[in-house]
Design a protein around this ligand. Structure first.
Ligand code: NAP
Ligand code: MG
Length: 465
C-alpha cells in the first residue's frame, strides 16, 4: 500500500529528524506486511509542536464561519475519498469492507459535518450580569489515538479542536498509521493553513510520550488503555495542562423482565461482535433475570453462529491482542464460566482471528466480568431482581456506556438514571453523533462529540463592564 516516508508538519511532508527506523504495518487478516511508516522521535514531535504554535494565533483569530467552511471542506474530501479510506482501514485493521465503509468511514464523515455546523452556530461569547464571557481556544492540542476506529478517533478530536480555533499535533496508533496519513492528505487538500494540523507517526512510549510531555502542548487528548491514560493524566497534572481521557469500558446490557428478549439479545450480540469486539463502549456484560436466563443463553448462542470469522467478523488488530483475548477466554473457563459458543482455539490458520465466544454462568467477581477484553467475547450474568441488576451493572471500575431494555420506556429510563455510566441506549436507541460520549469513574475524563466535545477545547475569559 501507498505510504509516506515523512511526517506531515507545517503543511508539508518532511523527512523524520532522527533515524529511529520505520514501523511495519501488517494486514491482520493475512499477516503480510503492507507498508512501512517512519518511527518519529522527540525531535519530530518538537518540530510539529513548533509548527502548531506558529499557526495558532492566525487560526485562533479566524472567524468561526471560516473555520466552519474549512471543516466542511475537510468532510467533503473525506467523502470524496471514502473508497480509498475504507480499503486502507480494512487493510491495516482487518475490518470487513462493508463495516469499514459504513462505520469506519461513514461515521467520521457525519462527525466532521456536525462540527462544520457547530463551528458556524456555536456561541463563542456569553453574558452574565456585568460580564461578557469569551470562549477562547485552549491552544495547541496533542492528540493520541488508538487503532480500533482509526479515522473516527482522529476526527472526534481534530474536528472539534479546529472548530474551537485550536491547532493540533496527532500521534496515531502504530498499528493504523496509513489511515492517519490519508487524513493528513485530506486536511492538506481541504486547504487547512500550514501548521494547523500536523502528524507524527511513531511508537507510544517514544513519540506519544514526547507529545504528552511537551511544554508547547496546552491540552492532551488521549484515547486508549486505562494504563497509558493514567500515565498521561499524571504527566498532564504535573505540568498543569488540560487533559481529556477516553479509556476502557465493561458496559452492561441490562435486559429487564418485561423486555422483548429476542430483540434485546440479538442487538446485544451484534453490539459485542461488531469490529471483532474492539469497541470501548461494547456491551460486553449481558444481564438477564434468572427466570429468562436459559432462554437468553440459547438465543445468544444461536445469534453468534452468524458471526463467521473471516466473513462477517474480522481478525483482531495484531498478534498481541489475539493472545490477550484467547488468554481471557481460557481464564473464563478456569474460573468456572461455561462456554456456549466459541472458545480459545484459533479458528483459521492465517490471520489474528479468535472465535466469537459466549460465556454463560458468569458471576460478577470473575475476571471476564470485570476486565475489558477487547475481543468478540460476551459474558451473560444472572440477576435476582432490579436492585441486584443495578449492583451488578454498577459493579466495575468502568462506566462508559450501556443499555436498558424494558416493555415500558419509562421503566427503562428509571433504571438508566441509576446507572453510573456516560451513555445508555434505551430499548435499542440509535447512536447519536451529537450526544456527549465519555466515561464515569475510570472510563475517563471529559466528553467527545457534539457541543460538549467542542467545549473541551475552549477556555473562558471574563470581561467586566
Ligand atoms: P494503548 O497502548 O493505550 O494505545 C493508545 C495510544 O497511546 C496509541 O497511539 C499508543 O501508541 C499510545 N501510547 C502507548 N504508550 C504511550 C505512552 N507511554 N505515552 C503516550 N502514548 C502512548 O492501547 P493498546 O496497547 O493499543 O491496547 C491495549 C488495550 O487498551 C486494549 O486491549 C483495550 O483494552 C484498550 N483500548 C481501549 C481503546 C478505547 O477506545 N478506549 C482503544 C484501544 C485500546 P502505540 O500504538 O505505539 O502503542
Ligand atoms: Mg500499545
Amino acid at each position: 500500500m501507498k505510504a509516506h516516508d515523512g511526517m506531515y508538519i507545517g503543511g508539508a511532508w518532511v523527512p523524520p529528524a532522527g533515524d529511529a527506523g520505520t514501523i511495519a504495518v501488517v494486514n491482520p487478516a493475512d499477516e503480510e506486511i503492507i507498508a512501512h511508516v517512519p518511527a518519529g522521535t522527540a525531535q519530530d514531535v518538537d518540530a510539529a509542536v513548533r509548527a502548531a504554535r506558529a499557526a495558532l494565533p492566525g487560526w485562533a483569530a479566524t472567524a468561526p464561519a471560516e473555520r466552519a467552511a474549512a471543516i466542511a471542506a475537510l468532510r467533503d474530501v473525506l467523502a470524496a475519498r471514502s473508497d480509498e479510506i475504507a480499503e486502507t482501514v480494512t487493510a491495516e485493521l482487518g475490518a470487513p469492507l462493508a463495516l469499514s465503509r459504513k462505520v469506519h468511514v461513514g461515521m467520521p464523515i457525519v462527525v466532521a459535518g456536525s462540527y462544520a455546523e457547530l463551528a458556524a452556530t456555536y456561541s463563542f461569547e456569553e453574558k452574565a450580569g456585568n460580564s461578557t464571557i469569551l470562549l477562547e481556544p485552549v491552544g495547541v492540542v496533542g492528540a493520541i489515538t488508538p487503532w480500533n476506529y482509526p479515522l473516527h478517533q482522529v476526527v472526534a478530536k481534530v474536528a472539534p479542536a479546529l472548530a474551537a480555533g485550536c491547532t493540533v499535533v496527532l500521534k496515531p496508533a502504530e498499528d493504523t498509521p496509513l489511515t492517519a496519513q490519508l487524513f493528513a492528505e485530506a486536511a492538506h487538500e481541504a486547504g487547512l493553513p500550514a501548521g494547523v494540523f500536523n502528524l507524527v507517526t511513531g511508537l507510544g512510549p517514544v513519540a506519544g510520550q514526547a507529545l504528552a510531555e511537551h511544554e508547547g502542548v496546552d491540552l492532551v487528548s488521549f484515547t486508549g488503555s486505562t494504563a497509558v491514560g493514567r500515565k498521561i493524566g499524571a504527566l498532564a497534572g504535573g505540568a498543569v495542562k488540560r487533559v481529556a481521557l477516553e479509556l476502557g469500558g465493561k458496559s452492561a446490557n441490562v435486559i429487564l423482565e418485561s423486555a422483548d428478549l429476542a430483540k434485546a439479545v440479538g442487538v446485544g450480540v451484534a453490539n459485542v461482535m461488531s469490529n471483532s469486539g474492539q469497541t470501548c463502549s461494547a456491551w460486553t456484560r449481558m444481564l438477564v433475570h434468572r427466570d429468562r436466563y436459559d432462554e437468553a443463553v440459547s438465543l445468544a448462542a444461536q445469534a453468534v453462529a452468524a458471526y463467521v470469522p473471516g466473513e462477517r467478523v474480522g481478525p483482531l488488530v495484531n498478534a498481541k491482542q489475539q493472545e490477550r483475548v484467547r488468554g481471557y477466554i481460557e481464564q473464563g473457563v478456569a474460573e468456572g464460566a461455561r462456554i456456549v459458543a466459541g472458545g480459545p482455539e484459533v479458528p483459521l490458520d492465517k490471520g489474528y482471528y479468535v472465535r466469537p465466544t459466549v460465556f454463560a454462568d458468569v458471576t460478577p467477581g470473575m475476571t471476564i466480568a470485570q476486565e475489558e477484553i477487547f475481543g468478540p467475547v460476551l459474558s451473560i450474568l444472572r440477576y435476582e431482581d432490579e436492585d441486584d441488576a443495578l449492583r451488578i451493572a454498577n459493579g466495575t471500575v468502568y462506566g462508559l456506556a450501556g443499555a436498558v431494555w424494558a416493555g415500558d420506556e419509562a421503566e427503562a429510563v428509571a433504571f438508566a438514571r441509576r446507572m453510573d455510566t456516560g451513555q445508555v441506549d434505551i430499548n435499542g436507541g440509535r447512536f447519536n453523533p451529537l450526544a456527549p460520549f465519555g466515561g464515569y469513574k475510570q472510563s475517563g475524563v471529559g466528553r467527545e462529540l457534539g457541543e460538549h466535545g467542542l467545549a473541551e477545547y475552549l477556555q473562558t475569559k471574563s470581561l467586566q463592564f
